[in-house]
Design a protein around this ligand. Structure first.
Ligand code: KIV
Ligand code: ZN
Length: 392
């Protein structure tokens, strides 16, 4: 049987737009440029640098980032109005690869209460916006905000219409993090079958994390035919955040056998990018955060440590080196057990007889009840106190 060709997934990073929109994540101009340069090193395909009309800060950031990055697309968000499109073009005119990201809400609740528009009016606005944007942009993305809660028939109609006008990417956001992986898979499959002339169009997804499904939904969408994922570093974003870039990229990389696709991301830059964002915003990720949390490659339980020392794949499905860390962290604590303690004592150069070892181990366990992590310096202190066998 012929092997299926691996699919290339476009990574659209919106850390500087949807991510920055969240309370506590505001960045200044030079910080945004720093992040954008690091995103380029990371190998993302598109940097959504802001929403040009929203504020002078966003406008300047898009302009500066356009001037400072190389061969990566830079996008601005824009509503379907001439004013928004003009402002986006003003901000992006120096970009080597400018993209406009047009959006209008399509769900009944958004149309009725937010836009106060009928479906026909929204359709007309979307079509006219794409037509107008074509005067400036070759690369046009169109998003149907709150797509997941929209009528499938209307979505089919609006996506078919914007494609006919020249949109190259259509985005199907789960704006409020409402859907589930199975449901989203079926939703995208249906749309893909119903939209006319979708064959050469990039199908994008943009998932929020209100129910904790953002990454799972994005990955389910890949299996349904999505070719672009919109995501943010550390999963930052409105409310519970967006899909986390590092989790999506490492899932694709670690489970190539399952997803049969790849990205352009240099995974070794992941930790550096995550830390840069944490340092700039002052917002730390939780220790157990997948991929980039302090504990993501740490092992404390004795059985795990023992397994790891024999063969790393016993407890690691990806290497710390693959995300840019030097090594796994073997943490000594009360769950590590005698075996790990003895290993560390030997590694530090101590030679103890069995009685000395028992005494030292007792002192170590006492210390573990007082301290979360025990470092080499603590072991030195124990051994220098408990025994006379000090290393040379
Ligand atoms: O969540 C959302 O729907 C958005 C759109 C503007 C793409 O951020
Ligand atoms: Zn969003």
């Amino acid at each position: 049987m012929e092997e299926m060709e691996m699919k290339r997934i476009t990574i659209f990073d919106t850390t500087l737009r949807d991510g920055e929109q969240a309370p506590g994540f505001t960045m200044n101009l030079s910080e945004k440029v720093k992040i954008a340069k690091q995103l380029e090193k990371l190998g993302v395909d598109v940097i959504e640098a802001g929403f040009a009309i929203a504020s002078p800060g966003d406008f300047n950031a898009i302009r500066e980032i356009s001037r400072n990055v190389g061969n990566v697309s830079v996008a601005s968000l824009a509503r379907t109005t001439k004013l928004d499109i003009d402002r986006a073009w003003e901000a992006l005119q120096f970009a080597k690869k400018p993209r406009i990201h047009l959006f209008i809400a399509t769900s009944d609740v958004h149309l009725k209460y937010k836009l106060k528009m009928t479906k026909d009016e929204a359709l007309k606005s979307a079509v006219e916006a794409v037509r107008y944007a074509k005067r400036f942009f070759d690369d046009i993305e169109f998003s149907a905000e709150d797509a997941v809660r929209s009528d499938l028939g209307f979505l089919t109609e609006i996506f078919t219409a914007v494609i006919a006008e020249g949109a190259k990417t259509i985005n199907i956001p789960d704006t409020v993090g409402y859907t589930t992986p199975d449901e989203y898979y079926a939703f995208i499959k249906t749309l893909k079958n119903q939209i006319t002339n979708i064959e050469n169009v990039n199908i994008s997804v943009h998932c929020h994390n209100d129910l904790g499904f953002a990454v799972a939904n994005s990955l389910a969408a890949i299996n349904a035919g999505a070719t672009q994922i919109e995501c943010t570093i550390n999963g930052i974003g409105e409310r519970a955040g967006n899909a986390a870039l590092e989790e999506i990229v490492m899932a694709i990389d670690t489970r190539k056998d399952y997803f049969n696709c790849y990205t352009n991301v240099d995974t070794k830059q992941i930790i550096k990018t995550s830390k840069l964002l944490q340092n700039i915003t002052g917002v730390k990720v939780q220790p157990n955060k997948a991929i980039v949390g302090d504990n993501a490659f740490a092992h404390e339980a004795g059985i795990h440590q023992h397994g790891m020392l024999q063969e790393r794949t016993t407890y690691e499905i990806m290497t710390p080196e693959s995300v840019g860390l030097e090594t796994s962290k073997i943490v000594l604590g009360k769950h590590s057990g005698r075996h790990a303690f003895i290993d560390r004592v030997k590694a530090l150069g101590y030679v103890l007889d069995s009685t000395e070892l028992e005494t030292a181990y007792g002192a170590f366990i006492d210390l573990c009840d007082k301290k979360k992590e025990v470092y080499d310096a603590d072991i030195d202190a124990i051994l220098n106190k408990e025994t006379t066998h000090i290393p040379e």
